[in-house]
Design a protein around this ligand. Structure first.
Ligand code: AMP
Length: 241
């Protein structure tokens, strides 16, 4: 009898574990060009660890749906937290807080590769906390796994180097064909990425963020399944930083 009760409890627990796995289709690894983040009317501030390298910085690792869900397709809890008609990614999936000790062996690497540029006191951990709470809690990864996965992909595919190999280097005067950036990333990583642009202080179009796509296990790059209206033009700048 006892055995039956224990087995039933175990079955129930495993069902809860399975049903609490977040349903999403792929990840975006979003990396940001710091020169473009800073060269806007909002400007930027350096973190308390000093000026970041002239390199892409991680913005986040974002679970995403391949097809946006309408309100009817969302469960009740999600419907209550979203006012938008469609939801294209899950966010804030639970209330688990980021614990620094969980990622303490990654902090040096995170400081170098995932720096805050917001003018909010210079603590990069506040940026990591925001990304963990909004996106990481939906990733089916634990805290260490979430940050280590993002760092691992960034290290494997050095976007700044890939662009430099194609002659695309930071400059406040040069413009580059968007297609040449797209082709360089495809050639350098083996997969298509999505590109997002912003406008500089003088209104110029600049490459802002690169969205690489990763399978839902967080293991392999894939071709990005969704096109993106990234606010780019045929020619874009990669501003100095
Ligand atoms: P998300 O909520 O993940 O879509 O990210 C958007 C938020 O991240 C906005 O509040 C941005 O201001 C902030 N953000 C984007 N890039 C940076 C950065 N490099 N440093 C600090 N905050 C950032």
């Amino acid at each position: 009898m006892k055995l039956v009760v224990v087995l039933s409890a175990l079955l129930l627990l495993s069902l809860v574990a399975v049903s609490s796995a977040e349903e999403f289709d792929f990840f975006y690894l979003v990396q940001q060009w710091p020169g473009s983040f800073c060269d806007t009317k909002k400007g930027c501030c350096f973190p308390d660890t000093g000026k970041p390298a002239t390199d892409f910085g991680i913005h986040g690792l974002w679970p995403n749906y391949a097809k946006c869900k309408t309100r009817g397709e969302l469960d009740g809890a999600l419907e209550m937290v979203t006012k938008r008609k469609k939801k294209c990614w899950p966010e804030n999936c639970n209330s688990e807080r980021l614990k620094l000790w969980e990622i303490k062996d990654l902090v040096t690497e995170l400081d170098a590769n995932w720096p805050t540029l917001a003018c909010k006191g210079g603590k990069s951990i506040e940026f990591w906390t925001h990304e963990w709470e909004k996106h990481g809690t939906c990733s089916n990864l634990d805290q260490h796994g979430y940050f280590a996965t993002a760092l691992g992909f960034k290290a494997r595919h050095n976007l700044t180097g890939i662009l430099a190999d194609a002659g695309i280097v930071p400059s406040d005067s040069e413009t580059y064909f968007l297609s040449s950036i797209r082709d360089a990333i495809k050639q350098g990583t083996g997969f298509t990425a999505n590109l997002e642009c912003n406008r500089g202080v003088a209104g110029e179009t600049q490459l802002f963020q690169v969205y690489q796509c990763i399978d839902r296990a967080g293991e392999n790059l894939i071709d990005c399944p969704l096109p993106m209206q990234g606010n780019c033009k045929d020619r874009v700048q990669l501003p100095a930083f």
